[in-house]
Design a binder for this molecule. Sequence first.
Ligand code: GLU
Length: 452
Amino acid sequence: MTTRSESRTALDHLLSEIEHRNPAQPEFHQAAHEVLETLAPVIAARPEYAEPGLVERLVEPERQVIFRVPWQDDQGRVHVNRGFRVEFNSALGPYKGGLRFHPSVNLGVIKFLGFEQIFKNALTGLGIGGGKGGSDFDPHGRSDAEVMRFCQSFMTELYRHIGEHTDVPAGDIGVGGREIGYLFGQYRRITNRWEAGVLTGKGAGWGGSLIRPEATGYGNVLFAAAMMRERGEDLEGQTAVVSGSGNVAIYTIEKLAALGANAVTCSDSSGYVVDEKGIDLDLLKQIKEVERGRVDVYAERRGSSARFVPGGSVWDVPADLVLPSATQNELDENAAATLIRNGVKAVSEGANMPTTPEAVHLLQQAGVAFGPGKAANAGGVAVSALEMAQNHARTSWTAARVEEELTHIMNDIHTTCHETAERYDAPGDYVTGANIAGFERVADAMLAQGVI
Ligand code: GLU
C-alpha cells in the first residue's frame, strides 16, 4: 500500500524526469504537471495504479510523426512548413484529436494538446484514444488556392498514418470546414477509398454530422450551466465574457443567448470588442466565417453599442460568467484577480488550457466554479465520435438527436467530475475530478491490455 505522500514523491520524481526527457516543451510540462499533481490520492487508494511503468507509459506518446510540408504560394514561391501528428494513447479506441494550423505550433504544443486529449476523450465515454497534430503554417491572409495546396501537401504525408480504425483527425485552431474538405479530398484521391470515418468535421452533405460545428461552444455552455445549477443558479440574465472569435467562441455566444445569458465580448490577437447590447451573432458570423476578417470590423459596423479596444485585456470587462475560447495561457493570475474583484461566479474553458495554473489556483481559492477544458470543451470531440458512429452506420441523425446526445454527454461529464472530486475529498474541484475520472478509465484499460 502506498501512502499519499509516497505517491506524491514518486510523481514529483516523474515530473522532473519528464522535463529532462522533453526539453524545451513548456506547454507539455505544464499539461503533465496539471494532471499528475492531482493523481496522488487515486494512486494511493488504488495500489494497481502504482504499478511500475504505468504513469511513465501514459506520459510517453505511442508514436510521434514529424514531417516536411512543402507547398507553392500563388506567386510560385516554395514554402516549407513542418507537420506533426502525435498518436498519444490508443487504449480506449483509435487516436482522436484535431489538427491545429498556427505559427505557434511546435512539438511541445502538439504534445500538450495530445496529452489533454487522452483524458478529455476518456471523459466522453465514447471509446476514443488521444492524439493531436498540426503545422506551423499560418492560414491568415492566404488564398483558398494556397490553403488547398498546403492541405494537399500535408495529407500526402499524413494519409499513411491515419484511418478510420487507426487515427481520426479533425479541426482545431486554423482548421475548419474548408481545410477538412481539402484534406478529405486528398485522402480520398491518394487511397482511392471513400472512407468517411477517417476525418471528422466534414460537411453535412458528405458525411459530416449536424451540430458538429456548434458542439464545442454549445457543450461548454451546457457544462457552465451544470456548474451554475450546483450553485443554485441558472444562466438567465447573467453577463458573460467570451474571448476569441473562432468556431468555439461563436457557438458559445449562440448558446449563451439561447439560455438567456448575454455575451458582451469577443476578441482576437489585435484586441477585443465589448458590446453592451450583446454580441450580434449574424454580424460576427458574417465577418469571421464569410469574410475571414478581424473583430475591429465588428465594432465599426455595429454602431454605438460596441467599441473595439486595441491590444486590451478582455478580462477587464466585468462578468458573472467567463468562457475563455481563444488559446492556451490567455488568462493569467492578474486577469484572474481582476475577474474575482469584479464578482465572477464561474469560469469554463472552451479553449485548451487557456487558464494558467496560478490563475486556476486563485479562482478556486476564491470559490469560483472552474470547469477545466478537458471536461468543459469535450462536446466537440464527443460529437466527432458521434460523427464516426453515423459514418460507420452509413446514416445521419437529425440535429435534434445530436443535440440531445450532446446535452446528455455534457451533463454526464459534469456529474462524473463532480462525484469523483467528492470521492477524493476535493468537493467542487472539477480539475481533480476530471483528471482522476479520465485517468481511471485510461489506466484501467492500459492495465488490462498489458505492457505495450
Ligand atoms: N480540436 C478539438 C478538441 O480540442 C476537437 C477534436 C476532434 O473533434 O477530434 O477537442
